[in-house]
Ligand binder design. Structure first.
Ligand code: NAP
Length: 583
């Protein structure tokens, strides 16, 4: 007879399902930091669909996504599911697990009660027409990350998953080590193996960002198993040894360089030249580490905004930069000349499908993938583990918590098929980098895009603009234009030709015109040679908020205001600042 509820770590007899279970729950009324958001509660064990299985969780992996779930930003995952028809008013997180199958749905033939499994986090509907036609489930509109976008994750005694999510647990791993690697390793596997002609192979060179991090540590090992050479990027030499032990040929300390960030404008010859110098020195460092003048044909990207320009530049002709996140920001700038002339590929990648997750797991089963477990916690410490992540005080590598396992170090049977050295992180190692942006945020599609209402006080362009246009002719010299600016204390001059605004000369254009020229040479240039052609305009009756979006979207500081298509004035960011902050 099953008890109604078992204590944590009091394992029910195999296949016996109690009515209730212990779980860590997030509820909307306590959204906040992990220590506030997570609470232990007792809930009903969920019923199973025909293609699902119930797994008794022995250990669970920790990922940043449940920090976001607890904060309730950028998405209230509970409200999103309620809207989609799911009734539960709580969220049980956890997107990585090891455990034992306790019950199988009526259509499940691939698993039986008692199987020891690890679980990948990719869920999708088997009824989706795209999936049924053989399409990659990662492109299915039904695809969800289990334990973040779905309920019933691994921070509970039992988790409800689709049978296709279960993979054999490597026998040589403890429960906590087995719970630590799947999400990051499967993501890294798809990034490196999932993209056709650019899939990693013997002899390739891969540049791996964040080599000591969750994804990077897996990528180094996956590259090694493919017979490729990898170079690991880290933020300190104390992490070199860790990456070398995982299989990197060499490491580079990113703090030895300072050209990171968005690309300087290509018209900014001085800035661009400085950037080029920095990125070339970085490329030379890659050659030095490799011991030969070769460019990486694969760049494993996730920092995003600050590193993509470099990644694209150093990537070999015909190579691929593959990216699964924008930890430092989403606006990646690319010098398209390098992309098209050298025919490089910038490829987005997200998690992995069932087949790829299993291919990755083969490596773990063969003992060729160290889960890089850096710290394991008890069940009671689930909020703490997330809090450390939230505060950026967690170690690199991957973390796990015990759930059903009675102690650390349990669940391993025998030696790994291959003995690999277990790398250790530097003592006291913690993250020093900013919070990652959310891994999974619903991006509005055409169908579900909703108008977002933002309060607007109704101010129009006409209320703030400067009336009258200070203009020059295309044939005026830069010297004349500069004088106009200085005399009128303005930042830009509109270039008018036959009553039409044909361009703008801004202060930036003037400064760039001086690059590589003497003052006299610069002054002699004509407005038409240095102007930014075309003229960004807005109608006098446009809402100020819309005009601001126009400017920020185009990275510009002013718009020419038109009335019935005739230029009548200028709206500048300075005017907006005055209005926003007060005169
Ligand atoms: P992690 O363990 O925190 O590692 C990230 C590494 O990036 C850090 O160790 C850090 O290493 C490096 N880094 C931080 N700031 C950097 C910068 N400005 N420039 C260069 N490197 C920087 O995180 P993770 O588990 O590897 O995940 C990385 C990102 O991928 C996160 O945003 C995560 O949400 C996302 N992710 C996406 C998927 C997906 O399926 N799309 C799956 C898993 C993870 P150093 O300080 O040593 O350089």
């Amino acid at each position: 007879m099953a008890k109604e509820l078992y204590d944590i770590a009091e394992q029910p007899p195999l296949g016996v399902i109690p009515a209730k279970m212990h779980a860590w729950l997030i509820r909307p009324e306590r959204f906040g930091t992990p220590l506030e958001a997570f609470r232990q509660e007792v809930v009903n064990v969920p019923p199973l669909a025909a293609d699902e299985v119930l797994v008794y969780v022995m250990a669970a992996g920790i990922n940043y996504n449940n920090v976001w779930a607890g904060l309730g930003i950028p998405v209230n995952v509970i409200a999103a599911r309620n809207k989609a028809g799911e009734p539960e008013d709580f969220h049980i997180g956890g997107s990585d697990a090891s455990g034992i199958v306790y019950k199988v749905g009526k259509d499940v033939t691939s698993l039986k009660v008692g199987d020891e499994v690890v679980i990948h986090c990719g869920q999708y509907s088997r009824d989706c027409p795209w999936v049924q036609s053989g399409g990659d489930p990662m492109y299915s509109p039904t695809f969800r990350i289990w334990g973040y976008e779905t309920n019933w994750g691994s921070f509970a005694q039992f988790t409800k998953v689709q049978a296709q999510q279960c993979m054999p647990k490597p026998r040589h791993l403890t429960w906590e080590a087995a719970a630590a690697y799947t999400l990051v390793a499967a993501t890294a596997w798809r990034m490196l193996h999932g993209w056709g002609a650019n899939a990693i192979k013997k002899g390739d060179v891969a540049l791996i960002w964040g080599g000591a991090g969750g994804l990077g540590s897996m990528a180094i090992q996956i590259a090694k198993a493919a017979g490729a050479t990898s170079i690991a990027m880290v933020s300190g030499e104390d992490k070199f040894d860790y990456c070398l032990k995982l299989g990197a040929k060499g490491c580079i300390n990113r703090n030895d360089f300072d050209h990171w960030g968005m690309l300087p404008h290509w018209k900014d010859k001085v800035g661009y030249a400085k950037w080029l110098k920095g990125v070339r020195a970085f490329g030379a460092k890659i050659w030095e580490v490799l011991g030969e003048k070769r460019a990486p044909n694969l760049v494993f990207e996730h920092p995003g905004e600050t590193t993509i320009p470099t990644s694209i530049f150093v990537c070999d002709t015909g190579g691929m930069v593959v990216v699964c996140a924008g930890t430092t920001g989403y606006n990646a700038t690319v010098d398209l000349r390098y992309l098209w002339m050298r025919q490089k590929r910038l490829q987005g990648s997200h998690f992995a499908n069932t087949e790829q997750s299993n291919q990755m797991n083969e490596l773990a089963l063969r003992g060729l993938l160290d889960p890089c477990l850096s710290r394991a916690f008890t069940y009671d410490e689930i909020p703490l583990a997330h809090q450390l992540m939230y505060e950026n005080k967690h170690p690199h590598g991957n973390m796990a918590v015990l759930v059903g396992a009675t102690d650390f170090g349990r669940g391993a049977h025998g030696q790994p098929p291959v003995a690999i050295p277990h790398p250790t992180l530097p003592k006291g190692d913690v993250h020093t980098t900013p919070h990652p942006y959310p891994m999974s945020e619903p991006l509005p599609g055409i169908a579900e895009a909703e108008a977002i209402t933002i309060a607007d006080d109704g101010t129009q362009v006409r209320d703030l603009m400067h009336r009258g246009i200070i203009a020059c002719a295309p044939g005026d010299t830069v010297g004349q234009v500069a004088k106009l600016m200085v005399d009128h204390e303005i930042h830009a001059v509109v270039v008018m030709d036959g009553g039409r605004a044909v361009g703008v000369v801004s202060q930036t254009d003037l400064v760039l015109a001086r690059q590589g020229r003497t003052p006299a040479q610069a002054r002699a240039l004509l407005a038409k040679d240095i102007m930014t052609p075309g003229c960004a305009t807005c109608d006098i009756g446009m809402l100020l908020s819309e005009a601001v979006s126009l400017m920020t979207g185009r990275r510009m500081h002013r718009l020419v205001v038109t009335d019935h298509d005739q230029p009548v004035g200028v709206l500048s960011m300075t005017d907006v600042v005055r209005k926003l902050i007060g005169e």
